[in-house]
Design a protein around this ligand. Structure first.
Ligand SMILES: [Zn+2]
Length: 270
């Protein structure tokens, strides 16, 4: 078992903006009878559509895995997290020792493999569920689609065997909707700090060039990030906020800003 330390936190605050309609599907159990064919996931209390942090994080992980694979051959070692019939193969390190030196698993976490001595490596990243901003809730309350805060669109899928048309109603969050983003990166190893933050930035950029949720090939799920602030804090600062030296506020994850975070920790030596 790894001896893990917590040296500080980096809190990334901002927004995710839907540039096109967004569909993050609800599971079958949550479907309402007589409802739309493919509903979006909603908060059970407020009924507002939201983006589960786990979906968001999973997408970032998948994109970063593909992008790092050419230079990190160990990422080609995959595990089937699906079933035999529907295999889903992703890279996951088998134990915490391997994960510590793995650029993907140390950010996104890994679960133990079947071999003796395998153990989990909890993720250094925490991605909160993303909720609509109050402004978006207000704006979407006014739209008249017969649905709460959303729109629906017919998509005509063709059955590959019978060639029969199979029109389905897909529910989506309209373009222009904004969700609040909060991502926390736990600082555990100063040698990894710069690389981890650069890889997180890369994952954000890759997501802007990909699609979130379902039906990306039909144009759904284009999003953009609006980063408001990034605050790095040492544990001493979190304990006693009067220690101004223990934190730094940045505007982006650009290289110069990452270096400011790095120097905060590497000069103060905690
Ligand atoms: Zn790994």
């Amino acid at each position: 078992m790894e001896n893990r330390m917590l040296l500080g936190k980096t809190v990334i605050d901002g927004f995710v903006i839907c540039e096109t309609g967004l569909h993050i599907g609800a599971s079958k159990e949550n479907m309402e009878i007589g409802a739309i064919d493919a509903p979006v996931v909603r908060d059970p209390v407020t009924r507002e559509p939201y983006i589960p942090g786990s979906s968001f994080k999973g997408k970032l992980r998948t994109l970063l895995e593909k992008a790092l694979s050419p230079s990190e051959p160990k990422l080609l070692k995959k595990r089937n997290i699906g079933t035999d019939k529907n295999p889903v193969k992703i890279h996951v390190c088998d134990n915490s020792n391997e994960a510590t030196s793995c650029k993907l698993c140390r950010l996104f976490g890994s679960t133990a493999g079947r071999a003796e001595g395998s153990d989990n490596f909890p993720s250094r990243l925490i991605v909160r569920d993303l909720y609509l901003t109050p402004e978006s809730v207000e704006r979407l309350s006014d739209i008249d689609t017969g649905l709460q805060y959303t729109e629906w669109k017919f998509e005509n899928a063709i059955d590959r065997v019978t060639s029969a048309a199979n029109p389905r109603q897909i529910e989506r969050v309209p373009r222009g909707a904004e969700f609040k983003l909060e991502v926390i990166y736990n600082i555990e190893d100063l040698e990894h700090l710069e690389t981890d933050l650069k890889n997180l930035k890369l994952a954000f950029e890759l997501l802007e060039l990909d699609a979130l949720g379902g039906h990306g090939s039909r144009g759904y799920g284009k999003i953009s990030f609006k980063i408001e602030k990034i605050e790095a804090m040492s544990i001493d600062y979190i304990k006693d906020k009067s220690k101004i030296a223990g934190h730094v506020v940045c505007k982006s994850l650009d290289e110069t800003e990452i270096m400011r975070i790095n120097s905060l920790f590497n000069t103060s030596k905690m």
